[in-house]
Design a protein around this ligand. Structure first.
Ligand code: MRU
Length: 348
């Protein structure tokens, strides 16, 4: 059994009156503090402001969050409970429109609402959310095992954003492969893009790797193409927020540029994600809605205004990497070329 690294969230208490505790990822690495979510308002704010982030982790937060949001309705009639369930689910799903795990998890927990009374339904939703967290952990280990099959000793892996335990639960996605490789003595080293505008790479990926004893070297996002050209990177591993049926992949802004440069220099580029990130309803990348975030995140750096007064900014949270640039997609089912992924997902 592999001891789990720091996890993004935990539930405390029973279905009817329990609370969700989140590691506040905006305060890492300076402070490791948990945020208590006792209601949907606090949880929505936490998801919107990236206190909890990473597609699978937002899914887990939404799963427990739906239970939290329904607690005030447990003593009403069944019809009122069902109406609240529909509207609370819609509100959660709208918070981050690209990360498909959010919708997937909220729908799964809503569908689990079984029983003749609201408390019974809340109980079954809570059980489903708890199972999801456990499943996610098992899936991350399966992804890491499959990814490990690709790695040789002493690889130098380039990544972007944070696709580790905090982003997904369990061992994470792309970083899960690295963490398992380190545990198995393969001595991987990581180059991590700092990831503008919110520095998820510099703050979170570096935090997780240092804690695990994996050597990590940060670079500014603009330095990645030059690094890939230098021959010092053996492989690129990234996570995903949504994968279309044809393998086109939305991930943190900057991922597409990594894929282009990796292709130009014949360096393998892999996406690591659970099947819950594959959206059977999205045919290709053109159908992926990219979340646009506030301009202030670009005009500022860690809360300090850095841009010249009067400048404007665009702030897409993600970009879409075409399947043709992806060597393989690693899911809990195995390593698949992007064009074969469609055989792993149910029809739309
Ligand atoms: O905006 P974020 O920090 O939620 O973006 C996260 C990413 O882009 C991750 O790479 C992705 O969710 C996969 S993580 C397991």
């Amino acid at each position: 059994v592999i001891p789990l690294p720091l996890q993004p969230l935990r539930w405390e208490g029973d279905a009817g009156s329990g609370r969700l505790w989140l590691v506040d990822q905006t305060r890492l690495p300076q402070e490791l503090v948990e945020l208590e979510c006792a209601n949907a308002v606090t949880l929505h704010e936490a998801i919107r402001t990236l206190r909890v982030r990473g597609a699978p982790a937002i899914g887990l937060a939404a799963a427990h969050g739906l239970v939290l949001a329904l607690q005030p309705f447990q003593h009403l009639g069944l019809a009122a409970f069902e109406r609240a369930l529909a509207s609370e689910k819609a509100a959660l799903v709208a918070l981050r429109p690209t990360a498909v795990n959010l919708r997937w998890a909220a729908e799964l927990v809503a569908a689990a609402a079984q029983g003749t009374t609201p408390p019974a339904r809340l109980e079954s939703m809570h059980a489903a959310a708890t199972r999801l967290v456990e499943d996610q952990s098992a899936r991350s280990l399966a992804m890491a095992e499959h990814g490990l099959g690709l790695l040789g000793p002493g690889e130098h892996i380039l990544t972007i954003c944070n696709a580790g335990p905090l982003a997904a639960g369990g061992l994470g996605t792309a970083l899960g492969v690295v963490l398992l490789a380190a545990q198995r003595g393969l001595k991987p080293e990581v180059f991590a893009c700092e990831t503008r505008p919110l520095l998820q790479g510099a703050r979170l990926t570096a935090f997780e790797l240092v804690r695990a004893g994996v050597p990590v070297t940060l670079l500014s996002d603009g330095a990645a193409a030059q690094l890939l050209a230098s021959g010092r990177v053996t492989r690129v591993l990234v996570g995903a927020d949504r994968i279309a049926r044809n393998g086109d992949t939305a991930n943190k802004i900057g991922t597409y540029a990594l894929a282009l440069a990796a292709k130009a220099h014949a360096i393998p580029f892999h996406v690591v994600a659970p099947l819950s990130t594959v959206d059977a309803n999205t045919l290709d990348g053109r159908d992926i809605l990219v979340e646009q975030r506030p301009a202030g995140e670009v005009l500022e750096c860690l809360g300090q205004r850095v841009a010249a007064p009067g400048a404007h900014a665009i702030n897409p949270a993600f970009d879409v990497t075409p399947a043709a640039l992806i060597t393989s997609i690693i899911t809990e089912h195995g390593v698949t070329p992007p064009e074969s992924l469609v055989h792993s997902v149910p029809s739309a």
